[in-house]
Ligand binder design. Structure first.
Ligand SMILES: Nc1c(NC[C@H](O)[C@H](O)[C@H](O)CO)[nH]c(=O)[nH]c1=O
Ligand SMILES: CC(=O)[C@@H](O)COP(=O)(O)O
Length: 173
């Protein structure tokens, strides 16, 4: 008669790979991105994720930096930190639309990206959203990237049968 015993399969420690995140910061408004970086670091520490931080001149350079890293390095995911404040011309629209659209295109190709490029009317709006004690958009972007990484690993490992090892003698569930 078939055993009715339930075998609890355990995550195999060798398959719990630490997460490597690349944080791409555009310090066009450094006081704002410093706040978001503090929130990002706190969230990453709480989730035991490793962070590497690089800077680019502005928000328009964030998607290309992510694309280069995705092509040439081995990060599990990316966090975009930037702040775009409307000026006198339509350049605001270009910077906002092209930076967010660029990240979305990379995401649709499988890059795990949390986007905290703030697009605001003034500095007061930016600070409220950047402050870890406020809306903590930097921490939220880390959480978003980690969520996508978890999904990616869940389905990749399932496809390869990786991640779980039944106890000795147990039949694989
Ligand atoms: N106005 C803002 C910019 N503008 C700069 C562009 O992002 C870009 O670096 C430049 O056009 C050179 O390619 N960047 C921000 O991050 N925030 C702004 O408010
Ligand atoms: C978001 C921008 O590109 C903006 O800061 C540029 O200011 P302006 O439109 O006054 O040239």
């Amino acid at each position: 008669m078939a055993s009715t015993e339930t075998h609890h399969i355990l995550p195999d420690p060798e398959f719990i790979r630490p997460v490597k995140l690349l944080v791409v910061v555009a310090p066009y408004y450094k006081d704002v991105t410093d706040l978001m970086l503090a929130g990002a670091r706190a969230k990453a520490a709480a989730c035991r994720a490793d962070l590497e931080v690089i800077e680019v001149p502005g928000a328009l350079e964030i998607p290309p930096a992510v694309a280069i890293a995705e092509a040439l390095s081995n990060f599990d995911g990316y966090v975009a930190l930037g702040c775009v404040i409307r000026g006198e011309t339509t350049h605001y629209d270009t910077v906002c639309n092209d930076s967010s659209h660029g990240l979305m295109l990379l995401g649709l190709q499988g890059a795990c990206i949390g986007n905290a490029i703030l697009t605001v009317e003034n500095m007061a709006q930016a600070v409220v959203r950047a402050d870890p004690a406020g809306q903590d958009k930097g921490g939220a972007a880390v959480a978003a990237a980690l969520h996508l990484i978890a999904l990616s690993r869940r389905w990749a490992d399932a496809r390869k049968g990786i991640g779980f090892r039944a106890p000795e003698g147990a039949s694989r569930a």
